[in-house]
Design a protein around this ligand. Structure first.
Ligand code: SAH
Length: 398
């Protein structure tokens, strides 16, 4: 195996099980590693620190196994079955819940790999060259380990860095190819379009937070802003909402939410979807005199990541502040606001400060009821705090 030798004292983070080796920590390489090669990593004192995938760029190695320079022959089986056992043990794999994240990168000790299961199909996404090269072994292990999975769809065209190194990255099925494209989440049925949808086709990370929306929806008028497939809307309807309005700027999302509502509540007259830009929609609720009507008792704001990297944090915080201020202006007294950020670069304190500033701007009396985060199938490896990305607040607005 090719070897990576670190500079003096650069082994400390690896001894604490942080799985990344930054290029600046490397003294020299032995054997000219290529994109996605397995390499072993050594301290300046000759201690073997671990084995991982090599890649050009600032994160040069992603460690798969610490303290060893070999991987067992059944490495993929071992790791994937540990991930599957965990989901089963947590009660996520049930007849009424067959959609869950099976592999969450570093959170499952598989840096660079995402796998989401939708009933009989797993959608696999590689974020590193090493995972791309291992995709067939991963797919074979997956169908052996997860009894329900018959199809493995590979979707990495949009996520793989340094695509120029590979000519074989097209999205497509690695195994099977026939599915109903339906999955159940807490007994609700959703159509999942992994071919054309965003990410792997569905945002599994909001499952627990949707269930909380359901608990608060009875008799309330609900606005689900940035609705995408309408997960929050369908739960709110099941929770007895008086009406639910779903808003997204994408036509396709509006089609998806309408179909998912119809699938669960045929002929439902409590739901309406609008294809509109968020700020334009919220501003349209102001009256001619400039004072807002307050037509909603429960508002969900789940926007796309406003900051995709650290350089964008300042603008992102401004964006969260403006958006939340609109919601505070519009929500009825006694209303409940679910507000989220999925920007990894914006931590929970920064996000809370942005929401605080928004509340202060509008002068509403606001109290925190819940602090939300990503669910248990998106675990955060305690040695890799960068894995924490989703945060939310549930606020009571008087
Ligand atoms: N809440 C969703 C996930 C939201 S993903 C769920 O539970 O599944 C973010 C969504 O915001 C996408 O569907 C995208 O089309 C939409 N979006 C992005 N920018 C927007 C804007 N300015 N106004 C309205 N919708 C927007």
């Amino acid at each position: 195996m090719k070897k990576i030798h670190l500079k003096k004292h650069k082994e400390e983070s690896l001894l604490r099980f942080h799985p990344w080796v930054f290029s600046g920590a490397i003294a020299r390489t032995e054997g000219q590693p290529e994109e996605g090669d397995l390499v072993s990593v050594w301290s300046a004192d000759g201690l073997c620190l671990g084995t991982g995938h090599w890649q050009e760029g600032s994160i040069a190695v992603r460690i798969l196994a610490f303290g060893t320079d070999t991987l067992p022959a059944d490495f993929w089986e071992q790791r994937l079955s540990a991930a599957y056992r965990m989901r089963c043990g947590l009660g996520l794999v049930r007849p009424d819940n067959n959609a869950y994240r099976l592999v969450h990168g570093e959170g499952d000790f598989l840096p660079g790999l995402i796998a989401d299961v939708y009933d009989d199909t797993a959608v696999v996404q590689a974020h590193s060259a090493g995972m791309h090269r291992a995709r067939r072994q991963i797919a074979e292990a997956l169908v052996r380990i997860v009894p329900a999975v018959k199809n493995v769809y590979y979707k990495s065209e949009g996520t793989l860095p340094l695509r120029r190194h590979f000519s074989d990255i097209a999205d497509g099925y690695l195994t099977g190819g026939e599915s109903t494209c339906l999955a159940l989440e807490n007994g609700l049925s959703f159509g999942i379009d992994w071919l054309r949808g965003q990410k792997t086709g569905f945002f599994l990370d909001q499952r627990e937070n949707r269930a909380l929306v359901e608990r608060y929806s009875a008799g309330r008028r609900v606005l689900n802003m940035f609705c995408y497939t309408g997960g929050f809307s369908v739960y709110a309807l099941r929770g007895g909402a008086e009406l639910v309005h779903s808003v997204d700027s994408s036509e396709k999302a509006v089609e998806l939410v309408n179909r998912n509502v119809e699938r669960n509540f045929p002929g439902c007259s409590r739901h309406q979807a609008f294809c509109e830009e968020a700020f334009a929609y919220l501003s349209s609720l102001q009256t001619d005199a400039g004072t807002p009507r307050r037509p909603y008792d429960l508002i969900i704001l789940d926007p796309p990541a406003f900051a995709k990297h650290r350089g964008a944090i300042k603008n992102a915080l401004q964006g969260y502040k403006r958006l939340n201020a609109k919601a505070f202006e519009l929500i009825a007294p006694g209303g409940i606001l679910f507000t989220f950020s999925c920007s990894q670069a914006v931590d929970k304190d920064m996000f809370r400060l942005a929401v605080f500033s928004a509340a202060a701007m509008t002068g509403r009396k606001v109290r925190i009821l819940h602090q939300l985060h990503q669910p248990q199938d998106h675990p955060i490896n305690i040695y890799h705090p960068e894995g924490e990305y989703l945060k939310g607040l549930v606020l009571y607005v008087e």
